[in-house]
Design a protein around this ligand. Structure first.
Ligand code: PEP
Ligand code: MN
Length: 303
């Protein structure tokens, strides 16, 4: 069992001296010795010089659906295929995923396209099975504080995509990252996917400031999920552009061949054509990103 020191006071929560606030999470905090960590996944670097796009369906539904989507997103420039085989659904009556059959389809899609695979693991008992098929283990928003899952992922031999809980502060996100690191897994990618606020026009509220704050205080790569933040597909490209402009190291985006027939999250899934347009429209923002990469160093000087 990993024990963490209590660290927050109300005053610290309001403190713009971020590095002081978060430095207790010593494995994941930015230091003079470690200012940026790069997570290597097959031939890819997350947190390196390029923005890495992960895309694919919310859930793996069938071979046809997955392979068609994998080919379309690869052609448009995605490097990693997402797809849930185990789905954490808000409703107990919703589709729960294909389980190991879904994992096998993900492997098939990797063989067909060369895309790396990111997929969610819901339970510590599934860690070794999912690690056989996945290149990146996704910990979903609902599991961010499942410490027994995080501890089981410590020595799974795969990097972890750690999503921010829907009511979690950045400090709590980094605390979970510290749990993973203490458990033996240094390969951590943080993901902002929107938080629950009083606003109902979007499914969640994308906390865009999470990106520069996390990049300032932590050496870990930070990616953004505009799909679960938006909840509606028409907002996804704008949120993706914003994420790249503020310095995100990557994106994870839901794409489906026929979103209106999707078994989960169809309303926020892009069509192939919409995904292609999103990727094209990101180009100027990738140039802006090179410029903002200087900002985290300035923020660090505050601490
Ligand atoms: C997902 O990626 O499909 C998902 C369930 O995301 P989140 O955990 O962010 O809700
Ligand atoms: Mn989803």
């Amino acid at each position: 069992m990993i024990r963490l020191e209590p660290v927050t006071t109300m005053a610290a929560r309001m403190n713009p001296n971020w590095n002081g606030q978060f430095s207790c999470f010593d494995r994941v905090a930015k230091t003079g010795h470690q200012s940026r960590s790069v997570v290597r996944v097959r031939d890819l670097e997350i947190g390196g010089d390029e923005v890495v796009v992960m895309a694919g369906p919310c859930a793996v539904e069938s071979e046809f659906q997955l392979l068609e989507t994998a080919e379309a997103v690869a052609e448009a420039g995605a490097r990693i295929l997402r797809g849930g085989a185990y789905k954490p659904r808000s409703s107990p009556y919703a589709f729960q995923g294909l389980g190991v059959e879904g994992l096998k389809l993900l492997r098939k899609a990797r063989e067909a396209t060369g895309l790396a695979i990111v997929t969610e693991v819901l339970s510590e008992k599934d860690v070794s099975l999912v690690a056989e098929y996945a290149d990146i283990m996704q910990v979903g928003a609902r599991s961010m504080e499942n410490y027994s899952l995080l501890e089981a992922l410590g020595e799974c031999g795969r990097p972890v995509l750690l999503k921010r809980g829907m009511v979690a502060t950045l400090e709590e996100l980094l605390r979970s990252a510290q749990v993973l690191a203490l458990a033996g897994n240094p390969g951590i990618i943080l993901c902002e996917r929107g938080i629950r606020t009083f606003e109902t026009a979007t499914r969640n509220t994308l906390d865009i400031s999470a990106v520069p704050v996390l990049k300032a205080v932590s050496h870990l790569p930070v990616i953004v999920d505009p799909s679960h933040a938006a909840g509606v597909r028409c907002l996804v490209p704008a949120l993706a552009r914003a994420a790249v402009a503020v310095g995100a190291d990557g994106l994870i985006v839901e794409v489906h061949p026929a979103p209106e027939q999707a078994l989960s999250d169809g309303s926020q899934s892009l069509t192939f054509q919409e995904f292609r347009s999103m990727m094209e429209d990101l180009q100027p923002y990738l140039a802006i990103q090179q410029e903002v990469r200087r900002f985290p160093r300035q923020l660090l000087a505050v601490g």
